[in-house]
Design a protein around this ligand. Structure first.
Ligand code: COA
Length: 260
């Protein structure tokens, strides 16, 4: 698929989506958001892709936010629509049954942090800086930040980041659970690939159902969430992957999952 504002490469079943506007610190203009929609659609649809890494080009930024030059001209109706379009696309990342890891290689601000929050796992380079500084611009987060950040790090810390507009560094982001791991920048992509390879060695249906159960369960009661989990447990018992996983263990060999 042709992309202008990002690159999409597939190697060893891993798709790497690299947002590629380094002169604008990879800021998300509407065209880039639309390409992210196509890219995550490609990840989900392609049978030769098992999972994805999202990162930014250059050594300075993952994504420094939504494109402020575009936001500056919006009115209330197109502003609302812009938020809804971005939210829908980021939700597609969150609901992807294939694991998506954000490799945060520098500034992840505003829409950049919101994109990372929609990914399943976040790995940051040690120079990364993260925040939701929208209030400095007189706006609030519009691509899911007010909802996903408190779910991940708790209400108090999320409000602190949003209301002060301060950036947090990678070490603090790790301490508060905003990122899963921090590594030197030179090791970032290799670390993300290694983690994704661990995931790709597991049953793909099981991985997809874990993502679905966690996503749905967090939005409902514990009781409902447990029903979702039990239903998945029953559903997966119908798959040949379950038989393969258990047989492989008993036969002391690695499993060969087929996603069926
Ligand atoms: N939207 C549009 N352009 C952006 C941008 C954004 N979110 N973030 C950076 N840029 C552009 C700058 O305008 C500049 O373009 P120019 O060279 O044509 O003037 C270029 O990217 C480099 O940014 P610059 O500000 O010169 O880099 P810096 O190292 O001095 O500062 C940041 C880096 C990230 C601190 C600073 O760019 C910044 O605060 N960006 C906005 C962050 C933000 O508020 N994001 C939330 C948006 S809702």
């Amino acid at each position: 698929m042709p992309y202008t504002n990002l690159t999409f490469d597939v190697r060893d079943r891993i798709a790497t989506i690299t947002i590629n506007r380094p002169d604008k610190l990879n800021a998300l203009n509407d065209a880039t958001i639309a390409e992210l929609d196509l890219a995550i659609g490609e990840v989900i649809a392609r049978t030769d892709v098992g999972g994805a890494i999202v990162t930014g080009s250059g050594a300075k930024a993952f994504v420094a936010g939504a494109d402020i030059a575009e936001l500056a001209t919006q009115g209330s109706l197109d502003g609302r629509l812009r938020a809804m379009v971005g939210q829908r696309i980021f939700t597609k990342f969150e609901q992807s049954p294939k694991a998506v890891i954000a490799a945060i290689n520098g500034f992840a601000l505003g829409g950049g942090l919101e994109l990372a929050l929609a990914c399943h796992i976040r790995i940051a380079s040690d120079n990364a800086k993260m925040g939701l500084p929208e209030v400095k611009l007189g706006i609030g987060p519009g691509y899911g930040g007010t909802q996903r950040l408190p779910r991940l790090i708790g209400k108090g810390r999320a409000l602190q980041l949003m209301l002060t507009a301060e950036m947090t560094d990678a070490a603090e982001a790790f301490r508060i659970g905003l990122v899963n791991k921090v590594v030197p920048q030179a090791e970032l992509i290799a670390t993300a690939e290694a983690m994704l390879k661990l995931i790709l060695a597991n049953g793909p249906i099981a991985v997809g159902l874990c993502i679905e159960a966690v996503n749905r369960g967090l939005d409902t009661t514990l009781e409902e969430g447990l029903v979702i989990e039990a239903n998945h447990f029953g559903l997966i018992a119908t798959t040949s992957d379950m038989k393969e996983g258990m047989s492989a263990f008993l036969e002391k060999r690695p499993p060969a999952f087929k996603g069926a």
